[in-house]
Design a protein around this ligand. Sequence first.
Ligand SMILES: [Zn+2]
Length: 194
Amino acid sequence: MNAGYLIFHPTADQPLPEVSQVLTRLSETGLTGQPLPGMPQHFLTGPHFLQRITFLGCSPSVPLTANTNSDNALCYIRLLGPYPAPRLITGQNSRPPRCHGCRHRFHEWQEQIAEPDREIRCPECGQESSWQDLNWRQMAGAARLFIAISQVFPGEAVPTAGLMQTLQQGGEEWDYFYVQQPLLWPGGQNPGEL
Ligand SMILES: [Zn+2]
């Protein structure tokens, strides 16, 4: 059982960051630790994980080591991508996205997102967007590259300003969102062991 994921991503319409440099910075700042054996692009939490991510409860129950929980419940950090084109990750907790032009809510998104490459026109202001461009209010997100932290209930933890600066040292802007039981679009697949 996974409480959910906190997922970081470069914001849309930017060149892809150099992935190896991002991973090096996350390791140097102590967010990520050793790679998980036999699981490419998965990392254990690093020595300063709890200084880079602020858990809002008084005593975080996030399982950082494997010896008290099953491996399934372990908190780890996973790189997804880079993908050749933007992917959208939604979750069971995602709510209707909003038009950036007029804040119209696309209540019917779950029926329509099966065709995620289609341009959608806002019925209120007429603005054309892709699904990736809509405002998902931190309950879904689109990018070619994601860094996902497991075992985070939506809204339970926030990155420190220092961690965001570390991510943005390559010059890109980064953002984050929270999902439970994620699906990766196009295709709507469960992204494996995420
Ligand atoms: Zn609109």
